[in-house]
Each structure stands twice: as C-alpha cells, then as structure tokens.
Design a protein around this ligand. Structure first.
Ligand code: 5GP
Ligand code: MN
Ligand code: MN
Length: 481
C-alpha cells in the first residue's frame, strides 16, 4: 500500500518524513500486532496526521491502534499550542470516553454462586442502552453546573466523596471548560443521560484480580489476588458526540483553506489561537467534565447496588475509586519536543491513555511516587490490565500508552461471525462470565473474538517502558447497553 516502515529498534517502527509530512510517524508494536495494524487504513491515517500544522516530534500509533474517523484509534499527536492546531477528529466523537476502576475488599469467594443475582441487580439499576434516562434526572441548570465544574458538582450533590476526585485524572475537573460554547442541542442530548452507560462498546464489569506483577505498586494501588474490582467504561454520551459534530462542521467551513492542504477532510483542524480553536477547546473541556460526572454517577449507583446485594455499606466494603482515566481527549501539556525544547502542545490522545511516570506533578499525591495508574480493558472474555506510567513514556509518546486490546473487525463483520446468544452461553459455561445486555447484537459486536490480544498489547507497552504491568483481572459479571 506504499507505506514504508523502517525498524528503529524492537517494537519501534518509523514512517520516515517525506513530501508534505512535517515530522516522521512511529508505530509501537510487535510484528504480530504490526501485521494487524497494517490491514486497515491505520498507517495511512497516521501518516496523514503528520501533515497537520505544528505537529511536533512524531505522530505515534499505540500497539492497539486501528483505523478511526480521520485519525487512528490508538493515535497520539502533540501539536504546538502556539502555532499549531487542534483537530476534533484526533480527539474522537466520544469526548472523554474513559475507564475507571473501583476496588473492594470482597474476594471472588464472596461472589461465587451469586453472580446471577449481582448481574441482574446491576442491569436493573444502572441505566444502559440507547434511550432510558440516567441515574440523575436534572434540570438544564444542573447540566450547566456539570459542564462547568465536573466532579466538583458530584461532590456538592452528595454523589462523590473527596477521595473520588483525588483519584481522577485532573481531579475530575477541566478548568478550561466553557459551557457557553456547547450548543443547546448538545445540552439537550445530555440532559437525561447523566449517569448512563450508553450502548455498544460501553460496559460495567465486575472482575477478579488474577495476577499481580509488581507487588509493591499493586499494594500502593490497593490490589491483591482474588480481590473483586469494578471496571466502568463510558464517555460523554450524546452531548460529547454533538460537540464533536458541531465543531467539525464549523471548522470545515471556517478553515477550509487549511483543510484543502490536508490529505483527508476528516482531519479538519482549527489553527491555534483562532476563535474556533478556543471555542472547541472550551466546549471539549465541558464535555470532558460531563463524562467524569457520568462515570461518577454510574459508580455511585454501583455502590448502592452492592450495598443491597451484600447487605453492607459501601464504605465497609471499601469500594474506593482506584483511578479514572480519559482515553479520548486533547489537553495542553508541556513536553520536550525535537532537540529537547520544552513546548506547550495540544496532546491529542484518541484511544490512548495518559501514562505519566512517577514524579510528574499531574500524578495525584497518592500515586506520585509510583506513577499514574493506567487502565486497559481487554474484552468480556479476556483479561484487563492495570499498569503504571512508565519512565519512557515522556520521551516516546508524549506520556501515553494503549487504551485497550483494539478492535480487529468491524461491527458488521462481527455480526456475521458471531451470534449473541451463543457468545453469552460460551462465556458462562466456558469461563464463568455472566453477561447481560440490552440486545444480542451488542453481544455479537463486542464478542471477545472481535478484539486483538490484550496480553500482547500490554506486553509491548511494558517492554517499551511506557506503561508497566501491575496487575491483571478477569471478568465475572458484565453489563452492556
Ligand atoms: P473503545 O473505547 O475503543 O471502544 O474500547 C476500549 C477497549 O475496551 C477495547 O479496545 C477493548 O479491548 C475493551 N473492551 C471492549 N468490550 C469490553 C468488555 O466487555 N470488557 C472488557 N474488560 N473490555 C472490553
Ligand atoms: Mn466511548
Ligand atoms: Mn472508550
């Protein structure tokens, strides 16, 4: 397909700079993963991204990369915040889609024999699917407050404790939020979705810890073998999607000159310093806040469900937030670029997770000595991982690593290959995983076989030193939209 890759060293491949590329591009993968990455448009999209004005150092594809809208899922680009640009397609439609993990002091034995009861209770009480409202039915004033203050709002309203904020990326609040830049249509879409999983790839999963790789770090994270934990994956629902749609359209029109110089219309970008760049950034930050509240309310509801099922308070079960990470986001951060120069860049992480190592001031005090927790879901029939930010991430990936196993086939293809009911039965009989979903089609689209090998993705992250393996979990109960 005309894209040459040069091997830099183990797991590091480069598309050399040529033509209108502003920088080279890099792919971080084993040969096995690289074969999968090479099957779709990922490499072309990564190369295209190097045409964006102000992109620094190199555009990078994580080991779980696959093609997305304009820019790969699993793509990272640090773009100069002074003379570069910001690109909604390089953030993604589901702004601040992300994952949080809550620990407990329950063990797998406490749960065995009660999986069915727990999965039914979660499914009945955690809103999911396309329609159906959220945990909190608020007013438009609430929506404004959520967009403005994020998790601070959840704290004020009694849906969070202070530790929940401390254990969230950016403490659950983007100070640059500007709710006035979010359209009424977006706010309307979000209003009755506060605390809802949504459909498709989003899930709530009760898991057990199966492996611990770095005992000291695992202890700092409060993780030990056989422990029950809960992983929640969702984003900003219709609100974030609308923000992305609104600004893509506006940017395509207002900055058509820039767009005409880019190889793909889907890379539409607003020049740094332009009104639209500021407006999109403010609106995106507001959507980020919305997503954090969304995951917080789902976690709050999960605590209540556990209280009912196990007849103890959530505090007694020590249902604490380990950490919450965003994996569709752009943020102004300071990084070393070419020649060791320090620059403020818009770090676009689309299907990529921040992976800051020990010492970086953005890592909350509780984890500053060991590195930021990173959460990498696998699938409902495979392991998921907790990592910690690795020492190499700042030089290699603008402080980032993978966000999942990564999709191997399209949803359409998945529905041809798998039948939801069979997948569910196999999971239960073969792996003791209890899945409940709004539709069989969702189960087929999210079957374990549609995802790549998460163990391999994490092995590469660990080998490169960008995100170090701490612990592995395996699903017990899973609910989906
Ligand atoms: P995305 O945000 O790109 O939709 O997905 C993130 C990752 O979540 C996917 O790459 C996949 O590895 C993982 N994943 C999808 N469904 C499930 C699930 O039901 N359980 C777990 N543990 N992981 C999942
Ligand atoms: Mn999402
Ligand atoms: Mn996601």
């Amino acid at each position: 397909d005309g894209i040459t890759l040069e091997k830099v060293r183990d797991y590091v491949w480069e598309i050399p700079q040529e033509g209108d590329m502003n920088v080279p591009a890099r792919v971080l993968a084993s040969e096995e993963l690289l074969d999968e990455i090479s099957e779709d448009k990922t490499l072309q999209q990564l190369k295209n991204a190097t045409h964006l004005p102000g992109v620094r150092k190199y555009a990078v594809c994580m080991p779980d990369g696959h093609q997305g809208y304009g820019f790969p899922v699993g793509g990272v680009a640090g773009i100069d915040a002074e003379n570069g640009c910001i690109s909604p397609g390089a953030v993604g439609y589901d702004i601040n889609c992300g994952v949080r993990m809550m620990t407990t002091n329950l063990t797998y034995d406490d749960l065995r024999g009660r999986e069915e009861e727990l999965v039914d209770a979660l499914f009945a009480n955690v809103p999911s699917g396309l329609g159906g409202g959220g945990v909190y039915e608020g007013s438009m004033d609430d929506v404004e407050a959520i967009l403005d203050r994020g998790m601070e709002w959840a704290l004020e309203e009694g849906f969070a404790v202070p530790e929940d904020l401390e254990h969230c990326e950016d403490e659950g609040v983007r100070p640059d939020s500007d709710p006035s830049k979010v359209s009424q249509k977006a706010k309307d879409r979000g209003k009755n979705q506060v605390g809802s999983l949504g459909s498709g790839n989003h899930f709530l999963e009760v898991q057990r810890v199966t492996d611990v790789y770095r005992e000291d770090v695992a202890a700092d994270f409060g993780l030990e073998p056989d422990q029950i934990v809960v992983l929640i994956h969702c984003g900003s629902r219709g609100l974030g999607h609308q923000v992305c749609t609104d600004y893509l359209r506006e940017i395509e029109q207002a900055h058509s000159g820039l767009l005409s110089q880019l190889p793909d219309k889907e890379l539409a970008a607003a020049p740094a310093g332009s009104q639209l760049a500021e407006d999109y950034y403010g609106a995106m930050c507001a959507a980020i806040n919305f997503a954090w509240v969304n995951r917080q309310l789902i976690m709050h509801r999960t605590r209540e469900v556990f209280e009912k099922v196990f007849d103890r308070s959530w505090e007694a079960m020590e249902m604490d937030l380990l950490y919450d990470v965003a994996h569709n986001i752009a943020k102004k951060e300071t990084h070393e670029v070419e020649d060791g120069e320090e620059r403020e860049v818009y770090v676009h992480r689309k299907g990529a997770t921040r992976a800051f190592p020990a010492g970086r001031p953005e890592v909350p005090p509780a984890y500053r000595d060991v590195g930021q927790p990173i959460l990498i879901p696998g699938s409902m029939g495979a392991g998921s991982y907790v990592l910690r930010g690795g020492e190499e991430s700042l030089t290699e990936t603008f402080g980032s690593t993978a966000h999942g196993a990564g999709r191997l086939m399209s949803r359409t293809q998945a529905k041809q290959e798998f039948w939801g009911g069979d997948v569910q039965d196999d999971l239960r009989e073969g792996q003791q995983v209890y899945v409940k979903a709004q539709s069989g089609a969702t189960v087929a689209e999210e079957a374990p076989g549609v995802y790549k090998d998460v163990d391999e993705v994490v092995r590469v992250s660990d080998a490169l030193g960008i995100g170090d393996r701490v612990a592995r979990t395996f699903p017990v109960c899973n609910i989906k939209g």
